[in-house]
Design a protein around this ligand. Sequence first.
Ligand SMILES: NCCCNCCCCCC(O)(O)C(F)(F)F
Ligand SMILES: [Zn+2]
Length: 343
Amino acid sequence: MLTFHSERTKKRDAMTELDGGRLVRPFECPERVDIIIDRVRATDLGEIRAPEEYGLDPVLAIHDAGYVHFLERAWDDWSAAGMEGEAIPTIWPTRRMRGDVIPDTIAGEIGYYALAAETSLCAGTFEAAQASTDIALSALDHVMATGNPAFGLCRPPGHHAAVDQYGGYCFFNNAAIAAQRALDRGAAKVAVLDIDFHHGNGTQDIFYDRDDVLFVSLHGDPRQEFPFFLGHADETGTGAGRGFNVNYPLPSGTGYADWSETLDEAIARVHRYQPDLLIVSVGVDTFEHDPISSFRLISEDFTDIGRRLRRAGMPTLFLMEGGYAIAEIGINTVNLLSGFDSA
Ligand SMILES: NCCCNCCCCCC(O)(O)C(F)(F)F
Ligand SMILES: [Zn+2]
């Protein structure tokens, strides 16, 4: 399988993540890219290619312009305001506050655009996020041109990024940007299957009222797991999009027997939709030793996931999302991709 990769994805190297009341080194660290690409090379998964550069137009086709330009200048504005640490919001437009007036100062503006507080902004964030979209778009164009699968080693990830919000380590929704480009390039229907441990609230938000993108997600039950406030089974879409959003929340401790049964249901739902393209948001934080997640998949299970996805028999684009068991992230990710190739 062809892999798209760029060292520019490592430009975001935040020093802090708010975790349990302490500022710790981020779980979503640049080394994740090195470990995965080393495993791709070590296993001869296939050719590794640098992405083309697509600029901001494909990003602006999905994300709000004010949001994109906020991200572009946020670190400079934060620094210019004399803040000495990395950029972390402390107030949000919560219940019965107003979300229709965007504050002028960065301390207020950051809360308007932030989904959560664990994702610090720092120098290089915008550049890395844009490189991640270039990877997703390059991989998409390859799948559209050849019908062959491709893997976009995206970092930072994207599935929590909503139209005008960042958080959960995500800034631009790579899968949504790729799906929109596929539609712009003539696809009639695109399915996004999100197998990351966490619900892809951003991807759901972006396509919730649309029937040209089916969003299907297996994830930790939001009553117990991040992002907590979206991802329930009764969220099925709205307007034209009703019936084209499918959530499969699963309890903490879910093992592969139950998880794979749900995956087969999800694949059957994708099949009924008959998409021109399947985009898989690949998170391997479903792994038993993931430090921030609570499912119990083992490394061999990822190979089987790849096999099951291949049997779905559609042009497939794999885009990297989460996974924080650093020692095994390469093995688990490449197991999935190799399983797909070998099925
Ligand atoms: N500090 C420990 C609590 C972590 N709370 C945020 C979890 C974010 C998960 C991100 C992800 O894995 O879903 C993605 F794929 F987007 F990277
Ligand atoms: Zn995740």
